[in-house]
Design a protein around this ligand. Structure first.
Ligand code: GCO
Length: 451
């Protein structure tokens, strides 16, 4: 084991998303989003839960900001709900929606917490979905207008922004596999949407920079470091294809103006994606940093029978969270090293965390030791990468408070603060106090032998 100290001013924070915490789903002029529609449709959410109330952060943001301060958090990654700002197809701005994020921003700053918002964490306005959503190119202009509007309203106080959260997840789970909103299962639409999202990312970044009000902009990408199933050249090549598709499909176009090689028949795929002349140039807008959301790794074996990515995945032998996700701390170290080597840009860990169901005991304490062990392992591997020279600027745990876990409803608890969804009572878990002590000490021990 080795001990390291994080850089002074390291950005310690937590992340949430509008639909998962806000509630107030139809208040103050907010329009319907695809997640409202999806969760209100029977059979879509495993538990039948909805985000109508969620953690009621729309009304309890001051209490939540005070909790962040108590823990010593220096940043808060929240997302803006597009349908609060542009509730309908009229194109008219709903000022009350902007006012909410302005109040939240002021409250965070008052508590010494840097607001670090994401413009899109999956809750697309339903009126845009009715026009085809991310599979219709018209969305590119709508999204840039929305981005510019939000930055103009808050850019006097907020300097650091994220455009997208996990484009891979909302495109493929939403349009290809149909398990997330809008619940579409269509391989043509899915791959077309992936390209439109890349175009939209660049045009929104350009619009945000043109306001002259921001300092840093990037996106948060879902990543899982890929491990070849064996040492064979074929498995290693398969792991590279998985990395290309899963980790950097929405990053390479913005930096290199090209898609990474992922598919066995890549040229055919690019035609299916409807990549037109001039598109790849239009995708380029270099981010100031790269956000990594990482929960797991993937273990990949070459599979010649698969004509898509040419691979199959295996489960790893590590222990698991309540969600059944393998706990493999070195995955985060490997991912940081790879992204640092390939792009040389500053990195933020924009999400990392685990679900365990621990609730309050008889004394009202929440002894979630398994979550502490998880964080100790993963944060330690971030420290290891920093020790080896990687430029990691911050670490955002997922998540501040137990919240609405998408298709799983409320049954997966990822918070470092427990929420009783009957009463909305918040209780800081032992892991929350662990973070308080970690941030105060600003140092951690890590295992430098993990692979
Ligand atoms: C994610 C999401 C979060 C999830 C978390 C746990 O970005 O996948 O940003 O919304 O709740 O990852 O599954």
């Amino acid at each position: 084991m080795k001990k390291m100290t994080f850089p002074a001013g390291f950005s310690w924070g937590t992340a949430t998303a509008s639909y998962q915490v806000e509630g107030a789903w139809d208040e103050d002029g907010k329009g319907e989003s695809i997640w409202d529609r999806f969760s209100h449709t029977e059979g879509r959410i495993a538990t039948g839960d909805t985000g109508d109330v969620a953690c009621d952060q729309y009304h309890r943001y001051a209490e939540d900001a005070a909790i962040m301060k108590q823990i010593g958090m220096r940043g808060y990654r929240f997302s803006v709900s597009w349908s609060r700002i542009f509730p309908d197809a009229s194109g008219k701005v709903n000022q009350a929606g902007l006012d909410y994020y302005s109040r939240l921003t002021d409250e965070l700053l008052k508590n010494g917490v840097m607001p670090f918002p994401t413009l899109y964490h999956w809750d697309l306005p339903q009126w845009l979905q009715d026009q085809g959503g991310w599979a219709n190119r018209d969305i590119i202009t709508h999204f840039a207008t929305y981005a510019e509007t939000v930055v103009n309203a808050l850019g006097d106080r907020i300097k650091n922004w994220m455009v997208f959260n996990e484009p891979w997840v909302f495109v493929y789970l939403g349009y290809l596999y149909g398990v997330h909103a809008p619940g579409i299962r269509d391989s043509d639409l899915g791959v077309k949407a992936s390209h439109i999202v890349n175009l939209a990312q660049a045009s929104a970044m350009k619009a945000m920079r043109a306001t002259g009000k921001i300092e840093q902009v990037g996106s948060a990408y879902s990543m899982a470091s890929t491990y070849p199933y064996s040492d064979s050249a074929d498995d290693k090549a398969a792991a590279e294809r998985q990395h290309a598709w899963n980790n950097v499909w929405f990053l390479d176009p913005s930096i290199k103006g090209a898609y990474p090689n992922a598919y066995i028949e890549q040229e055919k795929m690019l035609r299916k994606m409807d990549v037109r002349p001039g598109d790849m140039e239009a995708c380029v807008e270099k981010p100031d940093f790269i956000g990594i959301n990482l929960y797991q790794r993937s273990i990949v074996e070459n599979d010649p029978n698969n004509r898509n990515l040419g691979l199959r995945q295996h489960r790893g032998p590590g222990p698991q969270t309540a969600f059944g996700w393998e706990i493999w701390p070195a995955a985060l170290y490997q991912m940081i090293k790879r992204i640092d080597k390939d792009y040389g840009l500053p990195i933020y860990i924009t999400e990392n965390g685990c679900s365990f169901p621990t609730g309050p005991d008889a004394n009202g304490r929440v002894p979630d030791q398994d979550r502490i062990d998880f964080y100790h392992g993963f944060v330690g591997q971030v420290g290891r990468a920093i020790d080896e020279g990687c430029d990691v600027r911050g670490y955002y745990g997922w998540t501040l408070i137990d919240n609405f876990e998408w298709a799983e409803g409320f049954r997966q608890r990822f918070g470092i603060v427990h929420v009783d969804f009957e009463t909305q009572k918040r209780t800081i878990k032992d892991s929350g106090y662990w973070f308080r002590d970690l941030i105060a000490a600003n140092e951690i021990e890590y295992d430098e032998t993990l692979v």
